[in-house]
Design a protein around this ligand. Sequence first.
Ligand SMILES: CC(C)(COP(=O)(O)OP(=O)(O)OC[C@H]1O[C@@H](n2cnc3c(N)ncnc32)[C@H](O)[C@@H]1OP(=O)(O)O)[C@@H](O)C(=O)NCCC(=O)NCCS
Length: 142
Amino acid sequence: MVRRMTDSDAAGAAAADSAAFLKAWRARDFEDELKKDYASYFVYEHDGVISGYAGIWCIYETAELIRIAVAPPARRAGIAGMLMEHILKCARERGCERMTLEVRKSNFAARSLYKKYGFTEISVRKGYYEGEDAVIMEKDLV
Ligand SMILES: CC(C)(COP(=O)(O)OP(=O)(O)OC[C@H]1O[C@@H](n2cnc3c(N)ncnc32)[C@H](O)[C@@H]1OP(=O)(O)O)[C@@H](O)C(=O)NCCC(=O)NCCS
């Protein structure tokens, strides 16, 4: 099930993160995020194990998707999709009118996920990720 992330999930979220990103967040990074009143984080938990999470920042009318990750053994089972639905609902409830994100051009899985949930590619930041282009995507929430 998907539920709000709490401080006690930080270690589990960090474990999922370390399998997903080269520059992984540590538990303390998640604890710091949870202190921000404009941040909302969710985890996917099954039998006490956290296998995915997603977080947004809601600042005025714009929500930014900060991070989403699913541990490799749990992928392609719809977990990221469930997390997307929760963050989109949360952003709407917080009054946001759009959601934006940036993603590595080579990240085909994530770009496909975002397209499936209605995001369109609006611009490119050349060389943003250590020389690799970042694709900026956006979705209207109203
Ligand atoms: C991107 C990521 C979160 C997807 O998680 P997931 O739980 O496997 O995704 P889902 O099973 O919910 O898939 C939902 C949709 O995403 C797309 N998708 C996910 N993985 C894909 C893949 N390997 N290839 C192509 N499309 C993919 C598809 O459109 C899929 O819909 P479908 O099943 O109807 O085809 C996961 O691969 C991941 O953690 N990657 C590393 C971290 C990352 O890159 N995060 C995004 C940048 S911040």
